[in-house]
Design a protein around this ligand. Sequence first.
Ligand code: ISL
Length: 563
Amino acid sequence: MRDDQPTPTADPALGRPWWKDAVVYQIYPRSFLDTDGDGVGDLPGITAKLDYLKALGVDVVWLSPHFDSPNADNGYDIRDYRKVMAQFGTMADFDAMLAGMSARGMRLIIDLVVNHSSDEHAWFVESRKGRDNPYRDYYIWRDGRDASLGGGPPNNYSAFFGGPAWTFDQSTGQYYLHYFAAKQPDLNWENPKVREEVHDLMRFWLDKGVSGFRMDVIPFISKQPGLPDLTPAERRAPQFVYAAGPKLHDYLREMRREVLDRYDTMTVGEAFGLRPEDARDLIDSRRRELDLVINFDIVRMDIDGWRKTSWTLPRLKALYTELDQAAGPFGWNTQFLSNHDNPRSVSHFGDDDPAWVERSAKVLNTLILTQRGTPFLYQGEELGMTNYPFQTLDDFDDLEVWGRWRDVKHRVSEAEYLANARAMGRDNSRTPMQWTSGPNGGFTSGKPWLPVNPNASTINAEDQAARPGSVLAHTRALIAFRRGSADLREGGYRDIDPDHEQVFAYRRGERLLVLLNFGRETVRYALPDGLTVEGAAFGAAEVEGQVVTLAGWASVILAVRDV
Ligand code: ISL
Protein backbone atom coordinates (compact mmCIF):
# COMPACT_ATOMS: atom_id res chain seq x y z
CA MET A 1 0.00 0.00 0.00
CA ARG A 2 1.35 3.42 -0.87
CA ASP A 3 2.65 5.30 2.18
CA ASP A 4 0.40 8.26 1.39
CA GLN A 5 -2.67 6.17 2.02
CA PRO A 6 -4.65 6.15 5.27
CA THR A 7 -4.03 3.05 7.39
CA PRO A 8 -6.91 0.73 6.53
CA THR A 9 -9.23 -0.17 9.33
CA ALA A 10 -9.92 -3.84 10.05
CA ASP A 11 -12.19 -5.38 7.50
CA PRO A 12 -15.67 -4.53 8.79
CA ALA A 13 -17.29 -7.52 10.44
CA LEU A 14 -19.87 -7.61 7.71
CA GLY A 15 -21.57 -10.65 6.29
CA ARG A 16 -21.05 -11.60 2.65
CA PRO A 17 -22.39 -8.64 0.66
CA TRP A 18 -25.21 -9.50 -1.76
CA TRP A 19 -23.40 -8.06 -4.78
CA LYS A 20 -20.69 -10.76 -4.56
CA ASP A 21 -23.21 -13.44 -5.56
CA ALA A 22 -25.27 -11.33 -7.95
CA VAL A 23 -25.40 -11.70 -11.73
CA VAL A 24 -25.49 -8.23 -13.28
CA TYR A 25 -27.05 -7.42 -16.68
CA GLN A 26 -26.18 -4.13 -18.37
CA ILE A 27 -28.93 -2.38 -20.30
CA TYR A 28 -28.11 0.35 -22.83
CA PRO A 29 -31.64 1.79 -22.81
CA ARG A 30 -31.41 3.47 -26.21
CA SER A 31 -31.09 0.06 -27.85
CA PHE A 32 -33.09 -2.26 -25.60
CA LEU A 33 -36.77 -2.04 -26.65
CA ASP A 34 -38.80 0.82 -28.15
CA THR A 35 -42.50 0.83 -27.19
CA ASP A 36 -43.65 4.14 -28.70
CA GLY A 37 -42.33 3.76 -32.23
CA ASP A 38 -39.84 6.65 -32.18
CA GLY A 39 -36.97 4.26 -32.99
CA VAL A 40 -35.33 4.75 -29.60
CA GLY A 41 -35.52 2.30 -26.71
CA ASP A 42 -37.41 3.47 -23.62
CA LEU A 43 -38.09 2.62 -19.97
CA PRO A 44 -41.49 0.99 -20.62
CA GLY A 45 -39.57 -1.29 -22.98
CA ILE A 46 -37.41 -2.43 -20.07
CA THR A 47 -40.47 -2.95 -17.88
CA ALA A 48 -42.00 -5.06 -20.65
CA LYS A 49 -38.96 -7.38 -20.59
CA LEU A 50 -38.54 -7.86 -16.82
CA ASP A 51 -39.93 -11.39 -16.99
CA TYR A 52 -37.38 -12.17 -19.72
CA LEU A 53 -34.59 -10.88 -17.45
CA LYS A 54 -35.97 -12.75 -14.44
CA ALA A 55 -36.15 -15.99 -16.44
CA LEU A 56 -32.53 -15.47 -17.49
CA GLY A 57 -31.59 -15.27 -13.80
CA VAL A 58 -30.60 -11.60 -13.57
CA ASP A 59 -30.20 -10.27 -10.02
CA VAL A 60 -29.06 -6.70 -10.73
CA VAL A 61 -29.63 -4.43 -13.71
CA TRP A 62 -27.00 -1.77 -14.48
CA LEU A 63 -28.85 0.89 -16.45
CA SER A 64 -26.70 3.12 -18.65
CA PRO A 65 -27.69 6.80 -18.29
CA HIS A 66 -31.42 7.41 -18.40
CA PHE A 67 -31.16 11.13 -17.54
CA ASP A 68 -32.16 14.20 -19.58
CA SER A 69 -29.38 14.74 -22.12
CA PRO A 70 -28.81 16.37 -25.54
CA ASN A 71 -27.25 13.00 -26.49
CA ALA A 72 -23.93 14.29 -27.74
CA ASP A 73 -22.57 11.07 -26.24
CA ASN A 74 -25.83 9.10 -26.03
CA GLY A 75 -26.63 10.12 -22.48
CA TYR A 76 -23.12 10.30 -21.02
CA ASP A 77 -23.58 14.09 -21.19
CA ILE A 78 -26.18 14.87 -18.58
CA ARG A 79 -28.26 18.06 -18.70
CA ASP A 80 -30.45 17.36 -15.66
CA TYR A 81 -29.47 14.65 -13.15
CA ARG A 82 -32.97 14.47 -11.67
CA LYS A 83 -34.97 14.21 -14.88
CA VAL A 84 -35.63 11.23 -17.15
CA MET A 85 -34.66 11.74 -20.83
CA ALA A 86 -37.90 12.51 -22.69
CA GLN A 87 -37.13 9.91 -25.40
CA PHE A 88 -36.91 7.26 -22.63
CA GLY A 89 -40.14 8.28 -20.89
CA THR A 90 -41.14 9.93 -17.64
CA MET A 91 -40.27 9.66 -13.96
CA ALA A 92 -43.47 7.64 -13.58
CA ASP A 93 -42.06 5.20 -16.15
CA PHE A 94 -38.85 4.99 -14.13
CA ASP A 95 -40.79 4.34 -10.93
CA ALA A 96 -42.85 1.63 -12.66
CA MET A 97 -39.69 -0.02 -14.00
CA LEU A 98 -38.03 0.04 -10.56
CA ALA A 99 -41.19 -1.28 -8.88
CA GLY A 100 -41.33 -4.08 -11.46
CA MET A 101 -37.73 -5.02 -10.73
CA SER A 102 -38.27 -4.95 -6.97
CA ALA A 103 -41.41 -7.09 -7.30
CA ARG A 104 -39.24 -9.71 -9.05
CA GLY A 105 -36.49 -9.55 -6.43
CA MET A 106 -34.17 -7.69 -8.79
CA ARG A 107 -32.11 -4.59 -7.94
CA LEU A 108 -31.19 -1.59 -10.07
CA ILE A 109 -27.91 0.31 -10.17
CA ILE A 110 -27.74 3.44 -12.30
CA ASP A 111 -24.90 5.23 -14.07
CA LEU A 112 -23.31 8.07 -12.07
CA VAL A 113 -21.68 10.35 -14.65
CA VAL A 114 -20.11 13.09 -12.54
CA ASN A 115 -16.63 13.59 -13.90
CA HIS A 116 -18.40 15.89 -16.37
CA SER A 117 -21.84 17.18 -17.20
CA SER A 118 -23.41 18.36 -20.44
CA ASP A 119 -22.49 21.88 -21.55
CA GLU A 120 -26.26 22.44 -21.54
CA HIS A 121 -26.52 21.71 -17.79
CA ALA A 122 -27.73 24.79 -15.87
CA TRP A 123 -24.50 24.79 -13.86
CA PHE A 124 -22.38 25.22 -17.01
CA VAL A 125 -24.79 27.68 -18.61
CA GLU A 126 -24.28 29.84 -15.51
CA SER A 127 -20.55 29.11 -15.20
CA ARG A 128 -19.76 30.41 -18.68
CA LYS A 129 -21.69 33.67 -18.10
CA GLY A 130 -18.81 35.35 -16.31
CA ARG A 131 -15.62 34.90 -14.33
CA ASP A 132 -17.37 36.07 -11.15
CA ASN A 133 -20.47 33.92 -11.61
CA PRO A 134 -21.20 31.81 -8.48
CA TYR A 135 -21.03 28.70 -10.66
CA ARG A 136 -17.73 29.61 -12.34
CA ASP A 137 -15.74 27.24 -10.14
CA TYR A 138 -18.10 24.33 -10.76
CA TYR A 139 -15.89 23.74 -13.82
CA ILE A 140 -12.20 24.05 -14.68
CA TRP A 141 -11.41 27.34 -16.41
CA ARG A 142 -7.88 28.51 -17.22
CA ASP A 143 -6.18 31.31 -19.18
CA GLY A 144 -4.52 30.18 -22.37
CA ARG A 145 -0.77 29.65 -22.59
CA ASP A 146 1.11 32.96 -22.55
CA ALA A 147 1.54 34.50 -25.99
CA SER A 148 5.30 34.48 -25.39
CA LEU A 149 5.01 30.69 -25.20
CA GLY A 150 2.96 30.45 -28.35
CA GLY A 151 -0.51 30.98 -26.86
CA GLY A 152 -3.23 28.38 -27.30
CA PRO A 153 -4.70 26.00 -24.69
CA PRO A 154 -3.33 26.01 -21.11
CA ASN A 155 -1.54 22.66 -21.63
CA ASN A 156 -1.22 19.85 -24.16
CA TYR A 157 -3.97 17.59 -22.79
CA SER A 158 -5.86 15.72 -25.51
CA ALA A 159 -9.52 14.72 -25.48
CA PHE A 160 -10.63 11.11 -26.01
CA PHE A 161 -13.11 12.18 -28.65
CA GLY A 162 -10.55 14.07 -30.72
CA GLY A 163 -8.70 17.35 -30.54
CA PRO A 164 -7.42 19.17 -27.45
CA ALA A 165 -9.08 18.73 -24.05
CA TRP A 166 -9.62 22.52 -23.88
CA THR A 167 -12.17 24.72 -25.66
CA PHE A 168 -11.86 28.50 -25.75
CA ASP A 169 -14.91 30.43 -24.58
CA GLN A 170 -15.05 33.81 -26.30
CA SER A 171 -17.43 35.42 -23.82
CA THR A 172 -15.05 35.16 -20.86
CA GLY A 173 -11.76 34.75 -22.72
CA GLN A 174 -10.76 31.51 -20.98
CA TYR A 175 -10.53 27.81 -21.83
CA TYR A 176 -12.53 25.09 -20.11
CA LEU A 177 -11.34 21.50 -19.61
CA HIS A 178 -13.12 18.48 -21.13
CA TYR A 179 -11.47 15.05 -21.21
CA PHE A 180 -14.15 13.93 -23.62
CA ALA A 181 -16.25 16.07 -25.97
CA ALA A 182 -16.45 19.86 -25.80
CA LYS A 183 -20.11 19.27 -24.89
CA GLN A 184 -18.90 17.37 -21.79
CA PRO A 185 -17.11 19.95 -19.57
CA ASP A 186 -15.27 18.42 -16.60
CA LEU A 187 -16.66 19.28 -13.16
CA ASN A 188 -14.31 20.79 -10.60
CA TRP A 189 -14.21 18.32 -7.71
CA GLU A 190 -11.84 20.58 -5.79
CA ASN A 191 -14.96 22.71 -5.19
CA PRO A 192 -16.84 21.37 -2.11
CA LYS A 193 -20.08 22.75 -3.58
CA VAL A 194 -19.69 20.38 -6.55
CA ARG A 195 -19.15 17.43 -4.21
CA GLU A 196 -22.21 18.41 -2.18
CA GLU A 197 -24.29 18.66 -5.38
CA VAL A 198 -23.18 15.16 -6.36
CA HIS A 199 -23.93 13.78 -2.89
CA ASP A 200 -27.40 15.33 -3.09
CA LEU A 201 -28.21 13.82 -6.48
CA MET A 202 -26.98 10.43 -5.29
CA ARG A 203 -29.32 10.62 -2.30
CA PHE A 204 -32.19 11.60 -4.64
CA TRP A 205 -31.92 8.32 -6.55
CA LEU A 206 -31.05 6.17 -3.53
CA ASP A 207 -34.14 7.50 -1.74
CA LYS A 208 -36.16 6.38 -4.76
CA GLY A 209 -34.90 2.86 -4.15
CA VAL A 210 -31.96 2.32 -6.51
CA SER A 211 -29.32 0.01 -5.05
CA GLY A 212 -26.16 1.79 -6.10
CA PHE A 213 -24.11 3.19 -8.95
CA ARG A 214 -21.76 2.37 -11.75
CA MET A 215 -19.44 5.39 -11.63
CA ASP A 216 -18.35 6.68 -15.02
CA VAL A 217 -14.57 7.30 -15.39
CA ILE A 218 -14.51 7.96 -11.64
CA PRO A 219 -10.67 7.95 -11.37
CA PHE A 220 -10.64 11.15 -13.47
CA ILE A 221 -12.40 13.35 -10.89
CA SER A 222 -9.13 14.29 -9.16
CA LYS A 223 -7.00 16.45 -11.48
CA GLN A 224 -3.21 16.76 -11.50
CA PRO A 225 -2.12 19.79 -9.42
CA GLY A 226 -1.11 22.65 -11.73
CA LEU A 227 -2.19 20.65 -14.79
CA PRO A 228 1.33 20.27 -16.23
CA ASP A 229 1.89 19.22 -19.85
CA LEU A 230 1.90 15.55 -20.72
CA THR A 231 5.25 14.06 -21.73
CA PRO A 232 5.42 12.50 -25.23
CA ALA A 233 5.07 9.02 -23.66
CA GLU A 234 2.09 10.12 -21.56
CA ARG A 235 0.35 11.54 -24.63
CA ARG A 236 0.05 8.04 -26.08
CA ALA A 237 -2.26 7.00 -23.23
CA PRO A 238 -3.28 10.11 -21.27
CA GLN A 239 -5.84 8.17 -19.24
CA PHE A 240 -3.05 6.94 -16.96
CA VAL A 241 -2.21 10.55 -16.06
CA TYR A 242 -5.83 11.71 -15.88
CA ALA A 243 -6.61 8.83 -13.48
CA ALA A 244 -3.67 9.47 -11.14
CA GLY A 245 -4.84 12.63 -9.37
CA PRO A 246 -3.93 12.90 -5.66
CA LYS A 247 -7.39 13.24 -4.15
CA LEU A 248 -9.39 10.38 -5.67
CA HIS A 249 -9.33 8.28 -2.50
CA ASP A 250 -10.31 11.28 -0.37
CA TYR A 251 -13.29 12.06 -2.61
CA LEU A 252 -14.46 8.43 -2.59
CA ARG A 253 -14.13 8.06 1.17
CA GLU A 254 -16.05 11.31 1.61
CA MET A 255 -18.75 10.01 -0.75
CA ARG A 256 -18.98 6.85 1.31
CA ARG A 257 -19.16 8.74 4.63
CA GLU A 258 -21.63 11.35 3.40
CA VAL A 259 -23.89 9.10 1.31
CA LEU A 260 -23.19 5.47 0.59
CA ASP A 261 -22.75 4.10 4.10
CA ARG A 262 -26.26 5.25 4.92
CA TYR A 263 -27.74 2.87 2.32
CA ASP A 264 -27.37 -0.77 1.27
CA THR A 265 -25.48 -0.20 -1.97
CA MET A 266 -23.28 -1.71 -4.67
CA THR A 267 -20.69 0.64 -6.17
CA VAL A 268 -18.76 -0.13 -9.37
CA GLY A 269 -16.10 2.29 -10.51
CA GLU A 270 -15.17 2.41 -14.19
CA ALA A 271 -11.41 2.19 -13.71
CA PHE A 272 -10.40 3.75 -17.03
CA GLY A 273 -6.71 4.64 -16.61
CA LEU A 274 -5.96 2.35 -13.68
CA ARG A 275 -3.78 -0.75 -13.80
CA PRO A 276 -4.77 -3.69 -11.57
CA GLU A 277 -2.30 -2.68 -8.84
CA ASP A 278 -3.67 0.88 -8.92
CA ALA A 279 -7.27 -0.31 -8.65
CA ARG A 280 -6.51 -2.56 -5.69
CA ASP A 281 -6.89 0.24 -3.13
CA LEU A 282 -10.25 1.26 -4.61
CA ILE A 283 -11.80 -2.17 -3.98
CA ASP A 284 -10.01 -3.09 -0.72
CA SER A 285 -13.05 -3.58 1.54
CA ARG A 286 -11.07 -2.35 4.56
CA ARG A 287 -10.72 1.07 2.95
CA ARG A 288 -14.44 1.58 2.38
CA GLU A 289 -14.13 3.26 -1.00
CA LEU A 290 -15.70 1.25 -3.86
CA ASP A 291 -16.96 -2.33 -3.96
CA LEU A 292 -15.94 -3.23 -7.52
CA VAL A 293 -14.21 -1.78 -10.55
CA ILE A 294 -14.69 -2.27 -14.26
CA ASN A 295 -11.16 -2.70 -15.56
CA PHE A 296 -9.90 -2.46 -19.12
CA ASP A 297 -7.04 -4.94 -19.08
CA ILE A 298 -8.89 -7.74 -20.87
CA VAL A 299 -11.35 -5.89 -23.13
CA ARG A 300 -8.60 -3.53 -24.27
CA MET A 301 -5.77 -6.08 -24.44
CA ASP A 302 -5.69 -5.79 -28.25
CA ILE A 303 -6.51 -2.10 -28.64
CA ASP A 304 -3.86 0.57 -29.03
CA GLY A 305 -5.80 3.85 -29.22
CA TRP A 306 -7.96 3.45 -32.35
CA ARG A 307 -5.94 0.54 -33.69
CA LYS A 308 -6.82 -3.10 -33.18
CA THR A 309 -3.74 -5.18 -32.54
CA SER A 310 -3.93 -8.86 -31.58
CA TRP A 311 -4.35 -11.14 -28.61
CA THR A 312 -3.45 -14.71 -27.69
CA LEU A 313 -5.13 -17.15 -25.35
CA PRO A 314 -2.04 -17.51 -23.11
CA ARG A 315 -1.95 -13.72 -22.74
CA LEU A 316 -5.68 -13.66 -21.94
CA LYS A 317 -5.17 -16.36 -19.33
CA ALA A 318 -2.24 -14.48 -17.80
CA LEU A 319 -4.46 -11.42 -17.41
CA TYR A 320 -7.14 -13.45 -15.62
CA THR A 321 -4.55 -14.71 -13.14
CA GLU A 322 -3.04 -11.23 -12.71
CA LEU A 323 -6.44 -9.65 -12.03
CA ASP A 324 -7.48 -12.44 -9.68
CA GLN A 325 -4.29 -12.04 -7.66
CA ALA A 326 -4.47 -8.23 -7.75
CA ALA A 327 -7.87 -8.30 -6.03
CA GLY A 328 -6.25 -10.04 -3.08
CA PRO A 329 -8.12 -11.23 0.02
CA PHE A 330 -10.05 -7.96 0.49
CA GLY A 331 -10.97 -7.19 -3.11
CA TRP A 332 -13.47 -8.66 -5.56
CA ASN A 333 -13.48 -8.55 -9.36
CA THR A 334 -16.08 -7.93 -12.01
CA GLN A 335 -16.15 -10.53 -14.77
CA PHE A 336 -17.17 -9.30 -18.21
CA LEU A 337 -16.10 -9.42 -21.86
CA SER A 338 -18.10 -6.56 -23.37
CA ASN A 339 -20.20 -3.50 -22.69
CA HIS A 340 -21.52 -0.45 -24.58
CA ASP A 341 -17.97 0.81 -25.18
CA ASN A 342 -16.51 -2.37 -26.60
CA PRO A 343 -17.19 -4.71 -29.50
CA ARG A 344 -19.44 -7.74 -29.12
CA SER A 345 -17.59 -10.43 -27.16
CA VAL A 346 -18.28 -13.23 -29.64
CA SER A 347 -16.77 -11.14 -32.45
CA HIS A 348 -13.89 -9.96 -30.27
CA PHE A 349 -12.87 -13.14 -28.42
CA GLY A 350 -14.99 -15.84 -30.08
CA ASP A 351 -15.80 -16.93 -33.63
CA ASP A 352 -18.75 -15.10 -35.20
CA ASP A 353 -18.81 -17.22 -38.34
CA PRO A 354 -22.46 -18.33 -38.58
CA ALA A 355 -21.38 -21.96 -38.29
CA TRP A 356 -19.55 -21.35 -35.01
CA VAL A 357 -21.12 -18.26 -33.41
CA GLU A 358 -23.51 -20.13 -31.13
CA ARG A 359 -20.91 -22.55 -29.82
CA SER A 360 -18.30 -19.90 -29.22
CA ALA A 361 -20.78 -17.54 -27.54
CA LYS A 362 -21.60 -20.34 -25.11
CA VAL A 363 -17.90 -20.80 -24.35
CA LEU A 364 -17.47 -17.08 -23.64
CA ASN A 365 -20.56 -16.89 -21.43
CA THR A 366 -19.25 -19.94 -19.57
CA LEU A 367 -15.98 -18.06 -19.02
CA ILE A 368 -17.80 -14.98 -17.67
CA LEU A 369 -20.06 -17.05 -15.40
CA THR A 370 -17.44 -19.43 -13.98
CA GLN A 371 -14.66 -16.98 -13.18
CA ARG A 372 -14.18 -15.70 -9.61
CA GLY A 373 -16.04 -12.41 -9.16
CA THR A 374 -19.35 -10.78 -10.01
CA PRO A 375 -20.42 -11.54 -13.60
CA PHE A 376 -21.63 -8.68 -15.82
CA LEU A 377 -23.52 -9.71 -18.96
CA TYR A 378 -24.13 -7.04 -21.59
CA GLN A 379 -27.52 -6.93 -23.31
CA GLY A 380 -27.56 -9.37 -26.24
CA GLU A 381 -24.54 -11.32 -24.97
CA GLU A 382 -26.99 -13.98 -23.73
CA LEU A 383 -27.93 -14.45 -27.39
CA GLY A 384 -24.48 -14.34 -28.94
CA MET A 385 -25.21 -11.09 -30.75
CA THR A 386 -22.33 -10.12 -33.04
CA ASN A 387 -20.60 -7.02 -34.38
CA TYR A 388 -22.44 -5.12 -37.10
CA PRO A 389 -21.29 -5.23 -40.78
CA PHE A 390 -20.47 -1.51 -41.11
CA GLN A 391 -19.77 -0.64 -44.76
CA THR A 392 -18.60 2.98 -44.57
CA LEU A 393 -17.74 5.52 -41.89
CA ASP A 394 -21.12 7.15 -42.54
CA ASP A 395 -22.73 4.06 -40.98
CA PHE A 396 -21.28 5.03 -37.56
CA ASP A 397 -23.11 7.18 -34.99
CA ASP A 398 -20.42 7.28 -32.29
CA LEU A 399 -18.68 10.64 -31.75
CA GLU A 400 -15.59 8.68 -30.67
CA VAL A 401 -15.25 7.17 -34.14
CA TRP A 402 -15.69 10.57 -35.78
CA GLY A 403 -13.46 12.44 -33.33
CA ARG A 404 -10.59 10.00 -33.71
CA TRP A 405 -10.97 10.09 -37.50
CA ARG A 406 -10.52 13.87 -37.42
CA ASP A 407 -7.31 13.32 -35.42
CA VAL A 408 -5.76 10.77 -37.77
CA LYS A 409 -7.26 11.37 -41.24
CA HIS A 410 -4.22 13.36 -42.34
CA ARG A 411 -1.96 10.34 -41.89
CA VAL A 412 -4.20 7.24 -42.09
CA SER A 413 -6.21 5.95 -45.05
CA GLU A 414 -9.97 5.79 -44.64
CA ALA A 415 -9.86 2.09 -45.53
CA GLU A 416 -7.42 1.36 -42.69
CA TYR A 417 -9.34 3.46 -40.20
CA LEU A 418 -12.65 1.86 -41.24
CA ALA A 419 -11.22 -1.64 -40.83
CA ASN A 420 -10.24 -0.81 -37.23
CA ALA A 421 -13.57 0.89 -36.46
CA ARG A 422 -15.44 -2.11 -37.86
CA ALA A 423 -13.53 -4.39 -35.47
CA MET A 424 -13.49 -2.28 -32.32
CA GLY A 425 -15.97 0.57 -32.70
CA ARG A 426 -18.43 1.12 -29.85
CA ASP A 427 -21.44 1.12 -32.21
CA ASN A 428 -20.93 -2.63 -32.64
CA SER A 429 -22.47 -3.19 -29.21
CA ARG A 430 -25.08 -0.42 -29.55
CA THR A 431 -27.16 -1.85 -32.38
CA PRO A 432 -30.67 -2.71 -31.17
CA MET A 433 -31.48 -5.83 -29.20
CA GLN A 434 -32.62 -8.66 -31.48
CA TRP A 435 -35.93 -9.87 -30.00
CA THR A 436 -37.43 -11.58 -33.07
CA SER A 437 -36.70 -12.40 -36.71
CA GLY A 438 -39.38 -9.87 -37.70
CA PRO A 439 -39.01 -6.25 -38.89
CA ASN A 440 -36.24 -4.41 -37.04
CA GLY A 441 -35.64 -7.53 -34.96
CA GLY A 442 -38.75 -6.71 -32.97
CA PHE A 443 -36.95 -3.68 -31.45
CA THR A 444 -39.16 -0.95 -32.90
CA SER A 445 -42.14 -0.36 -35.15
CA GLY A 446 -40.42 2.83 -36.32
CA LYS A 447 -37.04 3.62 -37.88
CA PRO A 448 -34.33 2.41 -35.47
CA TRP A 449 -31.85 5.11 -34.38
CA LEU A 450 -29.06 2.69 -35.38
CA PRO A 451 -29.66 -0.12 -37.90
CA VAL A 452 -30.55 -3.57 -36.59
CA ASN A 453 -28.01 -6.26 -37.43
CA PRO A 454 -29.27 -8.19 -40.47
CA ASN A 455 -28.47 -11.44 -38.66
CA ALA A 456 -31.44 -10.80 -36.35
CA SER A 457 -33.16 -13.20 -38.74
CA THR A 458 -31.14 -16.02 -37.17
CA ILE A 459 -29.90 -14.58 -33.85
CA ASN A 460 -32.87 -13.46 -31.75
CA ALA A 461 -34.42 -14.07 -28.34
CA GLU A 462 -37.73 -15.49 -29.61
CA ASP A 463 -36.02 -18.29 -31.56
CA GLN A 464 -33.59 -19.08 -28.76
CA ALA A 465 -36.19 -19.09 -25.96
CA ALA A 466 -37.84 -22.01 -27.70
CA ARG A 467 -34.67 -23.92 -28.57
CA PRO A 468 -32.76 -26.15 -26.14
CA GLY A 469 -29.05 -25.78 -26.72
CA SER A 470 -29.35 -22.12 -27.72
CA VAL A 471 -26.99 -19.54 -26.24
CA LEU A 472 -29.92 -18.21 -24.22
CA ALA A 473 -30.79 -21.66 -22.89
CA HIS A 474 -27.14 -22.36 -22.05
CA THR A 475 -26.65 -19.01 -20.30
CA ARG A 476 -29.89 -19.33 -18.35
CA ALA A 477 -28.99 -22.87 -17.19
CA LEU A 478 -25.46 -21.86 -16.25
CA ILE A 479 -26.66 -18.91 -14.17
CA ALA A 480 -28.92 -21.34 -12.30
CA PHE A 481 -26.03 -23.78 -11.86
CA ARG A 482 -23.77 -21.00 -10.63
CA ARG A 483 -26.38 -19.92 -8.09
CA GLY A 484 -26.24 -23.40 -6.55
CA SER A 485 -22.46 -23.77 -6.61
CA ALA A 486 -20.40 -22.43 -3.71
CA ASP A 487 -17.29 -23.45 -5.66
CA LEU A 488 -18.19 -21.03 -8.47
CA ARG A 489 -19.50 -18.25 -6.26
CA GLU A 490 -16.86 -18.33 -3.54
CA GLY A 491 -14.19 -20.89 -4.44
CA GLY A 492 -10.58 -20.26 -5.31
CA TYR A 493 -9.29 -19.83 -8.87
CA ARG A 494 -6.28 -21.52 -10.44
CA ASP A 495 -5.28 -21.82 -14.09
CA ILE A 496 -3.87 -25.37 -14.48
CA ASP A 497 -2.43 -24.93 -17.99
CA PRO A 498 -1.48 -21.27 -18.69
CA ASP A 499 0.64 -22.04 -21.74
CA HIS A 500 -1.87 -24.11 -23.72
CA GLU A 501 -2.59 -22.25 -26.96
CA GLN A 502 -6.21 -23.36 -27.40
CA VAL A 503 -7.64 -24.71 -24.15
CA PHE A 504 -8.44 -22.58 -21.11
CA ALA A 505 -8.44 -24.98 -18.11
CA TYR A 506 -8.96 -23.78 -14.56
CA ARG A 507 -9.97 -25.04 -11.13
CA ARG A 508 -12.74 -23.42 -9.17
CA GLY A 509 -12.99 -24.24 -5.50
CA GLU A 510 -12.27 -27.78 -4.36
CA ARG A 511 -14.32 -29.71 -6.83
CA LEU A 512 -14.72 -28.07 -10.21
CA LEU A 513 -12.57 -27.97 -13.34
CA VAL A 514 -13.67 -25.71 -16.19
CA LEU A 515 -12.47 -26.62 -19.69
CA LEU A 516 -13.00 -24.21 -22.61
CA ASN A 517 -11.91 -24.94 -26.18
CA PHE A 518 -11.07 -21.60 -27.85
CA GLY A 519 -10.91 -23.03 -31.37
CA ARG A 520 -12.65 -25.02 -34.09
CA GLU A 521 -10.36 -28.02 -33.84
CA THR A 522 -11.36 -30.91 -31.59
CA VAL A 523 -8.85 -31.27 -28.76
CA ARG A 524 -8.06 -34.45 -26.83
CA TYR A 525 -7.04 -32.75 -23.62
CA ALA A 526 -4.87 -34.67 -21.15
CA LEU A 527 -5.66 -33.90 -17.55
CA PRO A 528 -2.76 -33.57 -15.12
CA ASP A 529 -1.88 -36.59 -13.01
CA GLY A 530 -3.37 -36.61 -9.55
CA LEU A 531 -6.74 -35.45 -10.76
CA THR A 532 -9.69 -37.82 -10.96
CA VAL A 533 -12.81 -36.96 -12.94
CA GLU A 534 -15.99 -37.85 -11.09
CA GLY A 535 -18.28 -36.74 -13.91
CA ALA A 536 -19.63 -33.72 -15.73
CA ALA A 537 -21.07 -31.12 -13.35
CA PHE A 538 -22.32 -28.95 -16.23
CA GLY A 539 -22.33 -29.76 -19.93
CA ALA A 540 -20.93 -32.97 -21.39
CA ALA A 541 -17.65 -34.31 -22.72
CA GLU A 542 -16.17 -37.70 -23.53
CA VAL A 543 -13.72 -38.69 -20.78
CA GLU A 544 -11.43 -41.69 -21.25
CA GLY A 545 -9.11 -42.11 -18.27
CA GLN A 546 -7.18 -38.82 -18.07
CA VAL A 547 -8.15 -37.63 -21.54
CA VAL A 548 -11.12 -35.33 -22.18
CA THR A 549 -12.28 -34.84 -25.75
CA LEU A 550 -13.36 -31.24 -26.38
CA ALA A 551 -15.14 -30.61 -29.68
CA GLY A 552 -14.61 -27.31 -31.50
CA TRP A 553 -15.69 -24.36 -29.33
CA ALA A 554 -17.00 -26.68 -26.63
CA SER A 555 -17.05 -26.08 -22.88
CA VAL A 556 -17.59 -28.40 -19.95
CA ILE A 557 -17.46 -28.13 -16.18
CA LEU A 558 -16.15 -31.35 -14.63
CA ALA A 559 -16.53 -32.54 -11.05
CA VAL A 560 -13.04 -33.58 -10.03
CA ARG A 561 -11.14 -34.86 -7.02
CA ASP A 562 -7.46 -34.52 -6.19
CA VAL A 563 -6.02 -37.97 -5.43
O1 ISL B 1 -11.87 4.02 -24.13
C1 ISL B 1 -12.46 5.01 -24.44
C2 ISL B 1 -11.75 6.29 -24.71
O2 ISL B 1 -10.74 6.05 -25.63
C3 ISL B 1 -13.91 5.03 -24.54
O3 ISL B 1 -14.40 3.81 -25.04
C4 ISL B 1 -14.65 5.36 -23.30
O4 ISL B 1 -14.75 6.72 -23.41
C5 ISL B 1 -13.98 5.07 -21.96
O5 ISL B 1 -13.97 3.71 -21.80
C6 ISL B 1 -14.77 5.81 -20.87
O6 ISL B 1 -16.12 5.42 -20.97
C7 ISL B 1 -17.12 6.11 -20.22
O7 ISL B 1 -17.02 7.54 -20.34
C8 ISL B 1 -17.31 8.13 -21.61
C9 ISL B 1 -18.51 7.53 -22.34
O8 ISL B 1 -18.46 7.90 -23.71
C10 ISL B 1 -18.52 6.02 -22.24
O9 ISL B 1 -19.68 5.48 -22.87
C11 ISL B 1 -18.47 5.66 -20.77
O10 ISL B 1 -18.59 4.25 -20.58
C12 ISL B 1 -17.57 9.59 -21.33
O11 ISL B 1 -18.62 9.68 -20.38
